[in-house]
Design a binder for this molecule. Structure first.
Ligand SMILES: Cc1cc2nc3c(=O)[nH]c(=O)nc-3n(C[C@H](O)[C@H](O)[C@H](O)COP(=O)(O)OP(=O)(O)OC[C@H]3O[C@@H](n4cnc5c(N)ncnc54)[C@H](O)[C@@H]3O)c2cc1C
Length: 384
């Protein structure tokens, strides 16, 4: 008796794509998973506010992991890693093309997990600081360049006082604050930092940052940021015309979908992939594509958090298993049923955050996340 092998192509080799690939390989026989990613490495970006500011504190091998190595335990018949960027998806013929390759990859099922990037990660109106691994270029190189730029700068402006901006300012001031070795300014578009958290957490963040020596500029909308190569200086222009100057400007704002290879019929108005409750991609008629799933940051679910990825992985794996073998029912992902937790370390010993309706005290934020940015959990995210 012959058995047929089902081809599943996964685009994007970060937390979502890696997790789905392991889940499928562990639960389904007779499949071939092809994982496509522009880099052979995954960098544990959750800890980037720390590893970008404190080069000597965390050895590289604790936050950069080889993706192919994490899949060595599977046979080459069942897993293939493609080092490259997906260029185009042909939904009709079920093909994915990869930049630089003449051979298209045929799929029976497709998983889109191409995530998102940030202005700083791609150097858009910002020094290129890899809060997300750059899609073009080497993450190690980008990290080293950020270390050097921070090292030589006497004044640093961070644009955006969401969790990333607050964490980054907290790390910087811990190393370079004190005797005002570097002037660190955090610009908040709202009256207080961490506008998405409860009021008491916002107040706590503002207080801690100011106590540590960060200049917090609030209710200030950034209009543009430009680098003058001759003066070696950044000028940040605020709404109303005020300008601020610094040796280094790093944007901690914005989330940009990695979608330039995704058919426009699958993209919503903001460029994310709309999904139904089973995480199947929705087309422009509002119908679910029966063989295309999307999860993680690239999906239209608004909470773009690593915290949301594991339940989405479980949903996609269960539903693909159902599609391929008929086993089990179709699983549902309901974001409103997920609990909210946001911990924002401000340096190693304090911070703020919320879990459900509770504000978390600084020492608990430090204990739960600030000590090491949960770096000990990173290997399990890669190795499955
Ligand atoms: C600085 C920072 C700190 C954060 N801290 C937290 C935190 O503490 N807690 C939390 O819950 N969340 C946090 N997040 C959010 C978290 O990083 C994201 O939710 C998570 O990375 C989403 O994972 P993903 O796999 O969906 O996508 P991503 O991590 O964005 O990965 C997408 C992958 O797809 C690849 N890709 C892109 N285009 C292509 C293509 N054309 N072909 C093939 N591959 C492609 C990318 O290179 C990348 O490897 C943080 C985000 C940032 C920026």
């Amino acid at each position: 008796m012959t058995t047929t092998t089902t081809s599943i192509v996964v685009i994007g080799g970060s937390y979502a794509g890696i997790g789905v690939s392991h889940g499928l390989l562990q639960q389904l026989p007779n499949i071939k998973v092809t994982l496509i990613n522009p880099s052979t490495d995954l960098s544990y970006n959750i800890a980037s506010p720390r590893f970008l500011t404190k080069p000597d504190l965390i050895p590289e091998e604790r936050y950069i992991f080889s993706i192919p190595d994490a899949f060595k335990k599977y046979s080459t018949d069942s897993f293939q890693f493609v080092h490259g960027k997906a260029k185009e998806i042909n939904l009709e013929n079920k093909l994915v093309s990869v930049e630089g390759s003449t051979e298209d990859i045929k799929y029976d099922y497709l998983v889109i997990a191409s995530g998102s990037t940030t202005p700083a990660s791609i150097g858009k109106e910002s020094f290129p600081a890899p809060f997300k691994a750059p899609i073009d270029g080497d993450v190690r190189d980008a990290i080293k360049k950020t270390h050097s730029a921070i090292g030589v700068s006497k004044s640093i402006i961070i644009g955006g006082a969401g969790p990333v901006g607050v964490e980054f300012a907290g790390e910087l001031v811990e190393v370079f604050g004190g005797d005002a070795k570097k002037e660190i300014t955090l610009i908040s578009g709202t009256e207080k930092p961490l506008a998405s958290l409860m009021n008491s957490a916002q107040d706590a963040a503002a207080q801690i940052l100011r106590d540590k020596g960060v200049t917090l500029k609030t209710s200030a909308q950034i209009e543009k940021a430009e680098y003058d190569d001759t003066a070696k200086q950044w000028t940040v222009t605020l709404a109303g015309g005020e300008t601020l100057k610094a040796d280094l400007y790093i944007s901690a704002m914005g989330t940009i979908p990695n979608n330039n290879f995704i058919p426009s019929s699958l993209l919503d108005k903001e460029g994310w992939v709309g999904v139904d409750k089973h995480l199947r991609a929705l087309n422009d008629k509002g119908d679910a594509e029966s063989n295309v799933y999307a999860l993680g940051d690239i999906s239209s679910h608004k909470d773009r958090l690593l915290l949301r990825v594991p339940p989405q992985i479980a949903t996609v794996v269960a539903n693909l298993k159902h599609d391929i073998t008929g086993d089990g029912g179709l699983r549902v992902y309901l974001p409103e049923e997920e609990w909210m937790a946001m911990l924002v370390p401000i340096g190693r010993s304090t911070g703020t955050g919320v879990i459900g309706n509770w504000r978390v005290w600084g020492f608990l934020v430090s204990f739960m996340k600030g000590r090491d940015f949960l770096i000990g959990k990173a290997p399990s995210l890669v190795q499955g």
